[in-house]
Ligand binder design. Structure first.
Ligand code: TRH
Length: 364
């Protein structure tokens, strides 16, 4: 089938990250994808071949406002429209769709792909119709499609070859390719840091700096690196910091697979931390109305997080005054076991791209 995926970048990298992963997974299964992005810049480092048309079955199109006249009209009408996170497709596309429907063409299955949450409304709202009441596409139906963590949701993005890639991954060889100082390949604890500006960052780094087991921190560029630079005072010698370059999405996965503890944020990297099967801490994307508090609690419930992991999340996300306690070896093992059990539950469910494809075939 031919798919149009519409993506507006709000901020950070999650919008592009999720849409690119979905595009790549659909394309890998032989679907034809046109990915419309209003800000394609992040793709240049996340998936460098994407912008040069180097990925089979995917065309990346720049969603300008307005769209150049005739651009959409000249393309064959697709079988599926995905508007990511309720972004509303460009008005030129909707007008053109109205004209094509009036000329008797079959309309695409139109899906609103929502944000990821473990809250109960997700199961209730998944697959619900939303009739289009006004405008050129009046009479059509949009469908809500919710990713999620349970069998009654749309599932999570997961490549078909994930397990075989993980089985053949050589973490030590991969780290050597990163060109870090030799210490980072020693017998220490390895930690990746991808975050916004967590309140307890300074305290956590200082605790790690005094710990019996040394830790090597692989710090991602941008907000995480800036937050580390802003830490006042001295961080003890057991905490060793290493600045990473921007990694491709593929390499970002390898980073998570190669670490013993992953600090992740937002939406896409959370899912990748689950697949990585290592201990992780999530910084949720903060919302002004504090709606993220309930979202985090629902996720920790689903995860069946042990008390120490729950407390660390409360602190890391600034939800209450609980101190963030740097985990010892036993605690870290508990966190990892928790991830592995959650991962096993998820592996038993159908992935998002498969479920989306099945849904479209059902609605056509
Ligand atoms: O960047 P984010 O904070 O994105 C957020 C969230 O998606 C949030 O839910 C959304 O509402 C907000 O944006 C607008 O975190 P996220 O979702 O993990 O996306 C990061 C992407 O960047 C992910 O696909 C991994 C990728 N990445 C790389 O490919 N290479 C890198 O070096 C790094 C650091 C990230």
């Amino acid at each position: 089938m031919r798919w149009d995926i519409f993506c507006k970048v709000i901020d950070n990298y999650g919008d592009v990250g999720v849409c690119w992963r979905l595009s790549a997974q659909l394309a890998g299964r032989g679907e034809q994808v046109r990915l419309w992005l209003d800000d394609p810049d992040a793709l240049a480092w996340m998936a460098p071949r994407a912008l040069q048309g180097g990925v089979p079955n995917i065309e990346v199109l720049h969603w300008t406002s307005p769209l150049p006249s005739g651009l959409f009209e000249d393309l064959p009408l697709s079988d599926v429209w995905i508007e990511a996170f309720g972004c509303d497709p460009p008005p030129e596309c909707i007008e053109s769709l109205g004209r094509q429907m009036a000329a008797g063409q079959r309309a695409p299955v139109w899906i609103n792909l929502e944000y990821l949450s473990a809250e109960p409304y997700v199961e209730r709202s998944h697959r619900l119709p939303s009739p289009v009441m006004t405008g050129p596409a009046r009479g059509l139906t949009k469908w809500f499609f919710y990713p999620g963590f349970t069998g009654d949701t749309g599932g999570l993005l997961r490549e078909e070859d994930l397990l075989s890639r993980q089985a053949s991954f050589d973490a030590s060889a991969w780290r050597q390719g990163l060109d870090l100082s030799p210490a980072a390949n020693g017998a220490s604890l390895r930690v990746s840091l991808f975050c916004y500006e967590p309140g307890p960052l300074a305290s956590v780094l200082q605790q790690a700096g005094r710990a019996d087991t040394a830790s090597d921190w692989l710090v991602t560029p941008g907000r995480a690196a800036q937050a580390v630079r802003a830490v006042p005072g001295v961080i003890g010698p057991a905490c060793r910091l290493h600045a990473l370059p921007r990694l491709t999405q593929h390499e970002f996965d390898h980073l998570l697979w190669s670490c013993d503890l992953n600090f992740v944020r937002g939406e896409d990297s959370l899912v990748r931390a689950l697949w990585a099967g290592q201990a992780f801490v999530w910084q949720i994307y903060p919302q002004d109305d504090s709606a993220h508090h309930a979202k985090l609690a629902a996720f920790l419930d689903w995860l069946q997080a042990p008390g120490s992991l729950r407390d660390f999340h409360q602190a890391w996300n600034g939800i209450d005054a609980t101190p963030a306690i740097w985990p010892d070896g036993t605690t870290l093992l508990q966190w990892r076991t928790c991830t592995l059990e959650a991962r096993a539950r998820l592996l038993a469910q159908a992935d998002l791209a498969s479920q989306l494809t099945g849904f479209v075939l059902e609605k056509r």
